[in-house]
Design a protein around this ligand. Structure first.
Ligand code: GDP
Length: 463
């Protein structure tokens, strides 16, 4: 078996195993590459088996050839570079957090601005700790993405304050701004650009973030905004200089709209002396915007679930809160992922989670049975197949770190507090606002059961 070459775009080792990792190319493309090296092998063998593969492959090469005018032998480019060059799209690739930290450590010796993107709905899960060692004294703009999901009744300023405090607790001290925005509906995007331009002062800008925080979506929107800005400027000058415009000038403007803009000049490369894959955009005259690979965070709920399950967990639309009255000895389930046992005076629980995640209450007495009988069914996600085999059932339990001895129980954690109003934040799931009805300060106890590694914390004051 021959090994694959390096990508001629970014220099990373090509591979066919992991779609979201660096250097990925489809198997069919790899086969073609390898058979180019060895003309004696029957290089159409595998490709011919699949018409669709063949078509993809042709497009892949033709696109590339037309842009770069290289001959077939020189074409060896990873999917990420391919998408960038030919379709002007940033796609996400991931690296483990250890490698990332190690490789980006050079940033602290540079004079740059860092944009750290986090997921507003999963702050803890998407925040890489020890980030201080990476950034040094460089200013950090914390972009809290997915603002569109935040319920209307939540004050943005409160969220900003909370994020700032949390980030400081986690050791990130050089926060210049906290910016709430939505990469999908672009709320907050323009004012973000204004802030960035004000503080940049000729420095390079690096974008970092965990996978799935929406870093690619953010970057694509950001570039789109910059592209519009650039175009507006150009059109203005043309209009000023000659009125009316002749046909050729109009055509030129039209051409510029389609070909110019930061993305058409973007290149991928490897950070000097490392294997860290960067995409650079020459946005400004003497400095660049750099996109770094997504960091694989071990604390994201996302790691435990499959696509079907994630569709239920990750909110796609504005979260609609659910209000529940709780008294001592009651248990609240958020799908099959979180169980909250409550002891204390009568309180209201306002649940802020995906509208698709089922919320159930029962008595503490019946909670074990309900979980035993309904885990993966009524209490889902996680989702169990209909009438699972023993093997499927075991795999299901393994996946959720169920303790061996006490079957069907998630890992419990006791949380005691005395405030009359707090938020219980469950990373990757959402939060529950707990408000004690009596004004008197009385002790409350929550026993929160979640899969291990999922961060649970109390937020005070609540949002
Ligand atoms: P990356 O891995 O960090 O590059 O993340 P992607 O850009 O691929 O986005 C991950 C998921 O989050 C996708 O399903 C996006 O549609 C979604 N997403 C990204 N930005 C936003 C946003 O501002 N709001 C919402 N609701 N979803 C977003």
């Amino acid at each position: 078996k021959k090994s694959l070459p390096r990508c001629s775009g970014c220099g990373t080792q090509l591979q066919t195993e992991k779609k979201n990792n660096l250097g990925y190319i489809p198997e069919s493309v790899a086969l073609r590459l390898l058979s180019k090296d060895n003309q004696t092998t029957n290089h159409h063998h595998h490709v011919d088996q699949n018409q669709k593969d063949e078509k993809d492959l042709k497009e892949y090469f033709n696109d590339f050839k037309s842009k770069f005018n290289k001959n077939d032998d020189e074409i060896q480019i990873c999917q990420r570079c391919h998408l960038l060059k030919n379709h002007g799209k940033i796609s996400s690739v991931n690296v483990p957090v250890e490698n990332f930290r190690q490789q980006l450590e050079q940033l602290k010796h540079m004079n740059c601005v860092i944009i750290k993107v986090v997921d507003l709905m999963d702050f803890s899960g998407s925040f890489v700790e020890d980030f201080r060692d990476v950034v040094g004294n460089n200013p950090v703009i914390l972009v809290a993405n997915k603002l569109d999901l935040l319920p209307r009744d939540i004050k943005h300023q409160r969220v900003e304050e909370w994020i700032r405090t949390k980030a400081k607790e986690k050791g990130l001290l050089s926060i210049a701004h906290v910016k709430l925005l939505s990469s999908t509906n672009r709320e907050g995007m323009q004012s973000f650009i204004i802030d960035l331009e004000k503080m940049r002062r000729g420095r390079d800008v690096f974008i970092v973030g965990c996978s799935n925080v929406g870093k690619s979506t953010f970057l694509n929107s950001l570039l789109e905004e910059y592209k519009n800005k650039v175009e507006i400027k150009r059109e203005d000058t043309m209009l000023e200089s000659s009125t009316p415009l002749n046909r050729k000038q109009l055509k030129d403007i039209d051409k510029m709209k389609h070909t110019q803009g930061p993305i058409s000049k973007a290149t991928t490369s490897v950070f000097p002396g490392t294997t860290l894959n960067l995409v650079s955009f020459p946005l400004w005259d003497n400095s660049n915007l750099f996109d770094t690979p997504g960091i694989d965070s071990p604390h994201q709920m996302i790691k435990l679930l499959n696509m079907e399950e994630l569709k239920k967990l990750i909110p796609k639309e504005k979260v609609k809160p659910t209000v529940i009255h709780m008294s001592s000895g009651k248990t609240l389930f958020l799908g099959g992922l979180v169980r909250i046992d409550f002891e204390g005076p009568i309180s209201t629980f306002t649940v802020y989670v995906s509208n698709k995640l089922p919320v159930h209450t029962t008595s503490l007495r019946k909670a074990d049975d309900l979980l035993h009988n309904q885990h993966g069914k009524l209490l889902s996600p996680p989702i169990l197949p209909e009438s699972p085999t023993q093997q499927e059932r075991d795999a299901h339990l393994d996946r959720f770190h169920f303790s061996q001895i006490q079957n069907f129980s998630l890992v419990p954690e006791k949380i005691d507090f005395e405030h009359t109003f707090v938020d219980l934040v469950i990373s990757g799931v959402g939060w529950v606002s707990i408000k004690c009805i009596s004004k008197k300060v009385t002790p409350l106890r929550l026993t929160v059961h979640t899969p291990s590694k999922i961060d649970v914390s109390i937020r005070r004051p609540p949002l």
